[in-house]
Design a protein around this ligand. Sequence first.
Ligand SMILES: Nc1ncnc2c1ncn2[C@@H]1O[C@H](COP(=O)(O)OP(=O)(O)OP(=O)(O)O)[C@@H](O)[C@H]1O
Ligand SMILES: O=P(O)(O)OC[C@H]1O[C@H](OP(=O)(O)OP(=O)(O)O)[C@H](O)[C@@H]1O
Ligand SMILES: [Mg+2]
Length: 281
Amino acid sequence: MLRVAVPNKGALSESAAAVLAEAGYRKRSDSKDLTVLDIGNDVEFFFLRPKDVAIYVGAGTLDLGITGRDLARDSGAHVDEELAMGFGSSTFRYAAPAGQKWTVADLAGKRIATSYPNLVRDDLASRGMTAEIIRLDGAVEISIQLGVADAIADVVGSGRTLRQHNLEAFGESLCDSEGVLISRAGVDPDKKATQFIKRVQGVVFGQQYVMIDYDCPRSLLDQATAITPGLESPTVAPMADPDWAAVRAMVPRRDHQNLMDELSELGARAILASDIRSCRF
Ligand SMILES: Nc1ncnc2c1ncn2[C@@H]1O[C@H](COP(=O)(O)OP(=O)(O)OP(=O)(O)O)[C@@H](O)[C@H]1O
Ligand SMILES: O=P(O)(O)OC[C@H]1O[C@H](OP(=O)(O)OP(=O)(O)O)[C@H](O)[C@@H]1O
Ligand SMILES: [Mg+2]
């Protein structure tokens, strides 16, 4: 039986659960449950703290896990990323009180509060710098105001928490993160694990694309299909009227409204966009 770790709470847990449910796996019936046995799919899910997921997977105790790239990297566990899952996007930034024009070089010898000590230590080491790392479990943005740190290094999503505490990010992102599906480093996923990865990938990719259908005058087909080239090539089907064709192609979700505008301006008609719930490439 395949054993898979899933975040039990926090920023990644709902999205991870939604992807797994869409991929056809059994859901938790209670948010306190720590395991779910999905006999039909021959998978057991373990609901763990997101921070701990990579430790179990890296040790080989569990076959696969969903966590954040930043957490996996900070854990130091030996894991490989099988799939970026497209949710829980964040950057990991240094920040300090606004208006003080900090640069990363100013961090030398200072107190930096963070919940990700290894990410910070590695970044400082790569710059040949040292600083005092103050390890906190959360609510890091308040630590400067409370006098335990001079600067922080933390996850930035919308940037709202930094603004609320009058802090300003500086320097480049130490880690551009999102939810990731991980396996033990250097171990090729077996047949069961590969099938699981493909199913999840089918949902994640499906969410990143939409299917576009439209009617197109044959005289405009070349121009229209250049706008919607699809993955391999668009499907072009005859219509009852020989001067028209029906076209179908997948397009990236983030571009689809622009592409629909372009098709409409070109002269395509009955342009429809629909969700893709799952796919295999
Ligand atoms: N506001 C956010 N926007 C986007 N991603 C976020 C945000 N906050 C956290 N994350 C991501 O979620 C993951 C873990 O954060 P989460 O808050 O769930 O765990 P945690 O802080 O270890 O747990 P807890 O806060 O419950 O102790 C990380 O990969 C992080 O990048
Ligand atoms: O840029 P924003 O959208 O404001 O999000 C960033 C905040 O979200 C996370 O905190 P979380 O809610 O996980 O609380 P925590 O600090 O206790 O981990 C993260 O640690 C930041 O504090
Ligand atoms: Mg958190």
